[in-house]
Design a protein around this ligand. Structure first.
Ligand SMILES: Cc1ncc(C[n+]2csc(CCOP(=O)(O)OP(=O)(O)O)c2C)c(N)n1
Ligand SMILES: CC(=O)[C@@H](O)[C@H](O)COP(=O)(O)O
Ligand SMILES: [Mg+2]
Length: 619
């Protein structure tokens, strides 16, 4: 499809050289390009369609990159990437060697701050605004944050800090589309809904029209907005109480409102808060109708839209978890489930429908999710927190201080353990075994197949103390879980293949590779199952019978399961050689999961070659 207007934009400077009336056609083409491009690469679609006009308006009004735009989460930055010289690169979005799906400082000077985990934008923009003030320059820092991301404690910590700051050019733009990935939850959602409901929104729009229609000088703008918006329309909004001047809500798809509003706000000093209303999926009917389905997509035909998956016949680990949870809830009325805003991704849709009174979506609030679970556990409930490995990083102190230290029976169902693929470095579950293994009281399991996942979850819920079951993104080898649930003996692994000289100790997802390597080398293969407590007796037995032990894990090699095996070996009278294989000490980019595993040597060929180097066949 031709994009004659977009073709003229190689950078925001080209955009700023245009007449305002020309921007409408840029928006139209940008939106069409986004749909075409994302349908070929996959990626986050709904949020990007919703921020087309806002992106154009920001780069048109502000002097980027000197003025800093910090995009919260950053999943809505495709338009920004296209307008900042990366249109060609969109064909490699989220693919091996291609550009990231999130802003990255190393990718462009316009990417002022790396994001992907939510709710960091106000803090980062505040830091930039304070630095600019202290340098004595007049640049602006703008945080663009969604209504979902706004629910996190960190966003409010930043507001609290910023609202008390003198002389800063900070603008927070709340991009309110009344959606997180799924519908937003909590009291803030209700406050925002009140701000934009019926008479308030319409009255605000009329104020905007009057004020902007006469293009008043800035002081007049500020005074009128204060009189009308503050005095008449939204007395004492939450954000004003935090020390911000609140403006809006305004229509985030109307360039004729957005641009003069931003131009006026640019002239004001101090913390400003602009409430913008957008629609997730705007301009693509299918995404407007189902913004959840189009939040994050694989390649699809954009004319036909996303079709029901044909299905590989294999269950994903997420589905295994979701099915287990429903079965478990049917058996045990004390089981409750918690998600920090990841209902779909964590496999909780069915549970939410079948057990609405036992389902808690707490918003993007991982820290709270864990402490909330701890409170429930204190009262005899059996909370299961469904959480991605990468987002659990947010709640580390809560895990230590509120759960592990008090030995509370909270089950962590940790999804996306290991390399996740296209989301890349920000989202890989690369560290959980390292940061969990050092915690007293915690039992940590990693299933080697789908049935083991179900049985481990059951083992976890039966255990009277904190537990973690860590499983990867996607499906396993296709093992169908048994309906029967049987608790595993805690801290016991199993030998899956007997060989000689070399023993492979596989943790979780690495068992398949270990078995292939075992066949090739006639090596012993153990499915270790537990990272904590480790099966020390099994390790001692393998140590006594083999010359080389090889640990395999899809986790940072530093501090992971292999390190724990090493500690066990230290205590033995005879210590065989140990080769620890896992993720290297660097951040790993985006790409296809199998490609990424191969790139770090965690496929069969890579493991064979590492063993050959460490223990040449003739040695
Ligand atoms: C700390 C953290 N938790 C969860 C997520 C997963 N996540 C990505 S986008 C998103 C929804 C964000 O909603 P909002 O900020 O309103 O943006 P929208 O998708 O509506 O554009 C969530 C929960 C995340 N990126 N970071
Ligand atoms: C931006 C973000 O954090 C989520 O949308 C994430 O990309 C979802 O990942 P999954 O596709 O693995 O559920
Ligand atoms: Mg939103």
């Amino acid at each position: 499809m031709p994009y004659p207007n977009l073709d003229r934009i190689a950078s925001p400077a080209d955009l700023r050289a245009l007449e305002r009336r020309e921007l409408g056609s840029i928006a139209e083409e940008l939106r069409a390009f986004l749909i075409e491009s994302v349908s070929k690469t996959g990626g986050h679609l709904s949020s990007n369609l919703g921020t087309v006009e806002l992106t154009i308006a920001l780069h048109y009004v502000f002097d980027t990159p000197a003025d800093r735009i910090v995009w919260d989460v950053g999943h809505q930055t495709y338009g920004h990437k296209i307008l900042t010289g990366r249109r060609e690169a969109m064909s490699g979005l989220r693919h091996w060697g291609g550009i990231s799906g999130f802003p990255r400082r190393c990718e462009s000077e316009y990417d002022t701050f790396g994001t992907a985990h939510s709710s960091t934008s106000i803090s980062a923009a505040l830091g930039m605004a304070v630095a600019a003030r202290d340098r004595g320059d007049d640049t602006h820092a703008i945080a663009v944050i969604g209504d979902g991301a706004m629910s996190a404690g960190m966003a409010f910590e930043a507001l609290n800090n910023a609202g008390d700051m003198e002389g800063i050019n900070l603008l927070v733009i709340l991009n309110d589309n009344e959606m997180s990935i799924s519908p937003p939850v909590g009291a803030l959602t209700k406050i925002l809904a009140r701000l934009m409901s019926g008479s308030t929104y319409n009255a605000a729009r009329r104020v905007g029209e009057r004020v902007l229609g006469v293009a008043p000088p800035v002081a007049d703008f500020a005074r009128k907005v204060e009189e009308h918006v503050k005095g008449m329309i939204t007395p004492g909004t939450l954000f004003e109480e935090f020390g911000f001047r609140y403006y809006g809500p305004i229509d985030g798809h109307d360039l004729d409102t957005l641009i003069p509003t931003l131009q006026n706000l640019k002239k004001l000093k101090g913390p400003q808060f602009l409430h913008v209303i957008t629609r997730k999926g705007q301009g693509y009917k299918l995404a407007e109708a189902d913004p959840i389905l189009y939040h994050g997509v694989s390649k699809f035909d954009h004319t036909a839209g996303i079709q029901p998956a044909k299905g590989s016949g294999k269950l994903t680990y997420t589905q295994v978890f979701g099915d287990w949870l429903c079965d478990m809830a049917a058996r045990d009325p004390n089981v409750v489930a918690i998600t920090p805003a990841m209902r779909e991704g964590s496999g909780l849709v069915r549970f939410a429908q079948e057990y609405p009174d036992r389902y808690y979506d707490v918003g993007i609030a991982e820290q709270h999710a864990l402490t909330f679970a701890a409170g429930l556990a204190c009262e005899g409930l059996k909370p299961v927190v469904a959480i991605y490995s990468t987002f659990l990083q947010r709640a580390y102190d809560q895990l230590i201080h509120d759960i592990a230290l008090q030995n509370l029976p909270v089950v962590l169902a940790i999804d996306r353990g290991g390399l996740v693929g296209a989301d890349g470095a920000t989202h890989h579950g690369a560290f959980d075994l390292s940061y969990l293994a050092c915690l007293p009281n915690l039992v940590i399991m990693a299933p080697a197949d789908e049935n083991e996942c179900r049985q481990m979850l059951y083992t976890a819920v039966r255990h009277d103390g904190p537990t973690a079951v860590r499983y990867p993104r996607g499906s396993g080898s296709g093992v169908v879980p048994e309906r029967e649930m049987t608790a595993l003996p805690i801290g016991k692994g199993e030998v899956r293949r007997k060989g000689s000289k070399i023993a492979l100790l596989a943790f979780g997802s690495m068992l398949g590779v270990a078995l292939e390597v075992g066949e090739a080398l006639d090596a012993t293969v153990a499915n270790m199952r537990f990272i904590k407590p480790l099966d020390e007796a099994l390790i001692a037995q393998l140590a006594s019978q083999h010359e080389l032990l090889v640990t395999l894990e899809e986790n940072a090699v530093i501090g992971g399961a292999g390190s724990e095996v090493s500690r066990v070996l230290d205590a033995l009278p005879r210590r065989p050689r140990l080769l620890r294989l896992g993720l290297p000490d660097r951040f790993i980019d985006h790409g296809d999961q199998a490609q990424l595993l191969a790139s770090v040597g965690l496929n069969t060929a890579g493991v064979l070659s590492a063993i050959e180097s460490a223990y040449p066949s003739n040695s």
